[in-house]
Design a protein around this ligand. Structure first.
Ligand code: SF4
Length: 209
């Protein structure tokens, strides 16, 4: 309960204290703590959210330093019910960016920032991807329960978690801006104005020609 209280305090104050202690205790007593929440009709997802937020903070600096083989793991439930993507036995669903769901939008943004996106049908695919692709960092999108569990399992590489907006395992949603802001932590795209090509008329206005 002390670890839980510290975790809640850390999230409210946006300042994580004693992260190792909180993570250790909450993972160790995960089931009993969830049971207590359930018994008192409290939202037990708070436990998972605390775990994810603390993991995000703990791994933030290491995550920012990874520049190669960065991956984003998306759950297959984000796909539209009309999705026609082929499922590769090794890499999961191969999104064609048809525009029917947010996966395509995330793919486009990821390509700009050199992230590889995998739309995974299940945890067995995550193992295969880790073995074959050997990512150095990971952004995971899932519901809080799955995120807290998978972030513990994938703690060998620095990761950042983003929650789904809705639950239900069917046509779920994620805030695409949240996923982009995680990518921006390591691969920010310079402001368009900085990249704007200087034209002859710009120089003429400045009086340089
Ligand atoms: S954008 Fe990709 S994942 Fe979404 S429906 Fe189209 S092919 Fe499927």
């Amino acid at each position: 309960m002390l670890a839980l209280a510290i975790g809640i305090y850390s999230i409210r104050k946006k300042k994580v204290i004693f992260p190792t202690f909180v993570l250790f205790m909450l993972y160790l007593f995960y089931a009993p703590v969830k049971w207590v929440f359930h018994a008192f009709s409290m939202n037990d997802l708070l436990v998972d959210e605390i775990l994810v937020e603390i993991q995000n903070t703990v791994y933030l600096n290491k995550f920012k330093k990874q520049t190669e083989r960065k991956v984003i793991l998306l759950p297959q439930c984000l796909r539209s019910s009309e999705c026609r993507a082929r499922c590769d036995p090794l890499y999961g669903f191969i999104c064609t960016k048809c525009g029917r769901c947010d996966v395509g939008e995330i793919m486009k943004e990821a390509e700009k920032r050199d992230f590889k996106v995998f739309v995974v049908p299940g945890s067995s695919f995550v193992k295969k991807i880790f073995k074959e692709y050997r990512p150095t960092s990971c952004i995971g999108v899932a519901c809080p329960v799955e995120l807290s569990e998978s972030m513990q399992k994938t703690s060998v590489i620095p990761s950042q978690g983003v929650y789904l907006i809705n639950d239900g395992c069917f046509e779920t949603k994620v805030n695409v801006a949240d996923v982009i802001s995680k990518m921006e932590l390591v691969s920010p795209i310079p402001n368009e104005s900085v990249l704007k090509t200087i034209t002859l008329s710009d120089l003429e206005k400045k009086g340089d020609v």
